[in-house]
Design a protein around this ligand. Sequence first.
Ligand SMILES: Nc1ncnc2c1ncn2[C@@H]1O[C@H](COP(=O)(O)OP(=O)(O)OP(=O)(O)O)[C@@H](O)[C@H]1O
Ligand SMILES: [Mg+2]
Length: 281
Amino acid sequence: MILGFLGKGGSGKSTTATQMALHMHARNFSVLAVDADHNMDFAYNIYHGDIPSDMHYFGGALTYVLDHVGLASGEKYDRAFLGNTDARFHIFPHDACTQMLAHPVSDRFACMAAGPQTDMVLYGQSCSHILTTPLKVFLPLLELADNQVVIVDEKAGADGVSTGIVTGIDVGIIVCEPALHSIKIAQQIADLMKFYETPYIFVGNKVSSDEDRAFLHKHFGDDMVYMIPTVAAMKQDPFAYHSELAPIYDAIYARATELNEQNRLERTTEKFMRNHSFQNT
Ligand SMILES: Nc1ncnc2c1ncn2[C@@H]1O[C@H](COP(=O)(O)OP(=O)(O)OP(=O)(O)O)[C@@H](O)[C@H]1O
Ligand SMILES: [Mg+2]
């Protein structure tokens, strides 16, 4: 399953994505962590603040991804879903393209990152969304076994959803602080997810009082089931796995699995085509 962590800036996407990745690894899953944000907080957390210097960032690797599925540069991505190719991406063991982009973290754990802004972005030939373009082809064509999970940490806000990864993720995890602006963005993201017919789960984060809980319930009603407390130690040490939160992450994963099962039948070529026709640029 491919989970995409979404939400307003600072809501806790990278922190919760890190905990989910560490948690699923502790549960014996093979994990691919995908950092789609050029701030690279997720990769920073996964590598304990020491991102390997030989990482091959996917932000500048679109042609490798397109080559792998037999698409020429400039060709519309939806051709990859039209049966023009039966090339797919795989992890553990990785196919040749993924092998280049996914850097090992430990046994059953790899990480790939969009990386910092490329020259295309810095010199104004493209906006920074181009960094996640490879994911539009990679994620929908990534075949996973049941004991494999991909955790994607997306950029802040609703923008990344409509211009990036939504076609490829199975379930969105919309992270929301008990703060009005965070709630507003979470709801904007949920509206986009509905438009793209992709299921999502709201997760409250940094919930530290009854007042916080009541505030989230007031805005989300029964849609707000999972709430992660403020854990002071996480601010200074975002690398460590907090096993005391395991029941919450188990519950989120179980719900995501349920939603994904319901949605899987609907994840047709037709739906990919429809979303890609919106997202082809
Ligand atoms: N449950 C938590 N308990 C304590 N601190 C938290 C928690 N979740 C997040 N934080 C802190 O909140 C800040 C923002 O978290 P994080 O970087 O994960 O947010 P983000 O949504 O990924 O932000 P950005 O949009 O900048 O990528 C960090 O300092 C992090 O340590
Ligand atoms: Mg982040």
